[in-house]
Write a protein that binds this ligand. Structure first.
Ligand code: C2E
Ligand code: SIN
Ligand code: SIN
Ligand code: FE
Ligand code: FE
Length: 465
């Protein structure tokens, strides 16, 4: 343990041991007869005053934490204890100084790792993670520049996805696979560090290392898979402990990035699947409209109006998606109805009606086989049910009929009657409105009729404004 003895009256060093020399770099003969404040910035003046005051007030000092500067300029974290002794009537202070630099550094590292892990757990996406990793590395290693380079799985090239300092200019740039020190790191899967890159033949981008002396490159490895590289550069040199710390942070970062990538990929796949499905659905609806030429635009109009009315009636956003798709597909079952019936210019006879009335069941059989479309069945299957139970295919009554199908039925009839059909010409708005009011409580749910009329009123006012 480094020990120093100070004379109380003049504050000058009386003696120090060999351990003190090892810790501070000052030799015994350099310090004897000199006061603490005379050693070049050895002690922080405020801390020295605090130490002296505590000694005067309390007699002894325990676990006094401070920082000292070695002769060669290195900063050390030190824990001091001090007690007075009297020898031959002279009063001295004996100080024990423990070098806790490594312990301190370890605490800082643990804190940094905990902080980074917490930040990465809550960062919702790669886009948010990357800057957090860069910032943490800059703060932790006190470095001038940092780059996170990710391997593009398609080409194998390395892309600088986030950076700080002079390497920020590299953000978005690609490095061909098999170039630079990254190649060495991919082969060894070990960090690479140097304090003398200028004479290191492996560096092929010296222009990006102006003013940089210490640098570390570490592999980003997640689940045994190399996903990229983390690089740091600093004006001052690197010590071995820092290489370990940098590598530890790189490991945490790699795993968090990998998880986020998988998560985003699966979300993207799901979104693409939905898009693919939706374009299929639109294709079907369009194919039906092409066949049933008179109904051109009907699908789009009833889809929009149903969603708006459902929203006004409090249907939530998630359900609205199903309402939208259900309305889009409401008459998909007509795909199974022969042209001779579907396009018949006159009224249908009993046999033809029998077939026409099967279209909701055709829709059901078709859609129920597709997992993704099961939640949108209600409208295609139930849009011809009637409030009084006289509808088809099942003769459901009142609230047995799914709410969304009750909404849709009104919109469908509203739009159908206002359009020309092969079997009749379009009705006027007023006539259709009157028809819907008349059918309230028989064909339609009275509450939905009420909401529908208010909805028409509002839209009328808006279009008159
Ligand atoms: P759609 O043309 O889309 O009509 C949807 C619903 O609107 C009809 O369901 C009915 O409730 C109402 N609607 C349509 N046109 C009229 C009408 O002229 N008068 C009245 N009161 N309501 C009307 P619905 O009756 O179950 O019919 C289902 C589908 O059957 C119709 O879809 C249409 O494709 C076909 N259809 C119905 N009647 C005839 C007809 O007389 N001739 C032909 N060719 N097809 C018909
Ligand atoms: C870098 O990627 O930041 C440079 C390291 C190298 O020379 O490969
Ligand atoms: C459709 O395109 O969905 C058919 C329109 C209809 O007749 O209701
Ligand atoms: Fe229908
Ligand atoms: Fe329709």
């Amino acid at each position: 343990i480094p020990i120093l003895i100070i004379h109380v009256t003049d504050g000058k060093f009386v003696d120090v041991n060999g351990a003190f020399h090892n810790m501070s770099g000052y030799r015994r003969e350099e310090v004897i007869g000199v006061s603490a404040s005379e050693l070049n910035q050895w002690v922080i003046p405020d801390d020295l005053r605090r130490l002296e005051m505590t000694l005067r007030e309390q007699g002894t000092v325990h676990d006094f934490e401070t920082r000292l500067r070695t002769k060669s300029g290195l900063i050390q974290d030190v824990l001091m204890s001090a007690a007075p002794i009297i020898v031959s009537g002279e009063r001295y202070i004996v100080i024990l100084a423990y070098d806790i630099t490594a312990r301190k550094q370890h605490e800082i590292e643990l804190q940094a790792i905990a902080r980074l892990s917490a930040a990465l757990r809550t960062a919702p996406s790669r886009t948010e993670m990357l800057p957090a990793i860069v910032d943490e590395l800059v703060a932790l290693l006190n470095c001038e520049t940092v780059a996170i380079e990710i391997i593009d799985p398609q080409t194998g090239d390395t892309v600088t996805e986030a950076a700080h300092g002079i390497w920020a200019a590299l953000t978005g740039t690609r490095q061909k696979s098999g170039t630079g020190i990254n190649t060495i790191i991919s082969q060894t899967r070990k960090p690479y560090s140097t304090n003398d890159f200028q004479s290191d033949p492996n560096f092929i981008y010296p222009e990006w290392f102006n003013d940089i002396h210490g640098c570390i490159g570490a592999p980003l490895i997640a689940q045994d898979q190399l996903i990229g590289f983390a690089w740091m550069g600093r004006k001052s040199g690197i010590v071995e402990a820092e290489v370990r710390l940098f590598t530890a942070v790189a490991d945490i970062a790699a795993n968090a990035l990998h998880r986020a990538t998988l998560h985003e990929q699966s979300k993207k796949d799901a979104a693409e699947l939905v898009l693919a499905y939706d374009s299929t659905l639109e294709g079907w609806a369009h194919a039906l409209e092409l066949r049933d030429q008179e109904t051109e635009g009907h699908t789009r109009r009833v889809m929009q109006m149903t969603v708006e009315l459902a929203k006004a009636m409090g249907v939530n956003e998630h359900e609205l998606e199903n309402v939208r798709r259900g309305a889009l597909l409401h008459d998909i079952g007509k795909m199974g109805i022969p042209d001779s019936i579907l396009l018949k210019p006159g009224t249908l006879n009993e046999a033809e009606w029998e077939i026409m009335r099967r279209h909701p069941e055709y829709a059901y059989n078709f859609l129920v086989s597709i997992d993704y479309l099961r939640p949108v069945l209600d409208i295609p299957y139930c849009h011809h049910e009637k409030w009084d139970g006289s509808g088809y295919p099942r003769g459901l009554k009142g609230v047995e009929i799914p709410f969304e199908a009750r909404i849709f039925a009104i919109v469908d009839v509203w739009d159908a009657l206002r359009s020309d059909r092969p079997y009749r010409t379009a009705w006027t708005n007023e006539k259709v409105r009157k028809h819907i009011v008349e059918q309230s409580g028989t064909h339609f749910d009275p509450q939905v009729v009420q909401a529908f009329l208010e909805f028409l009123e509002r839209n009328n006012q808006n279009s008159n404004d």
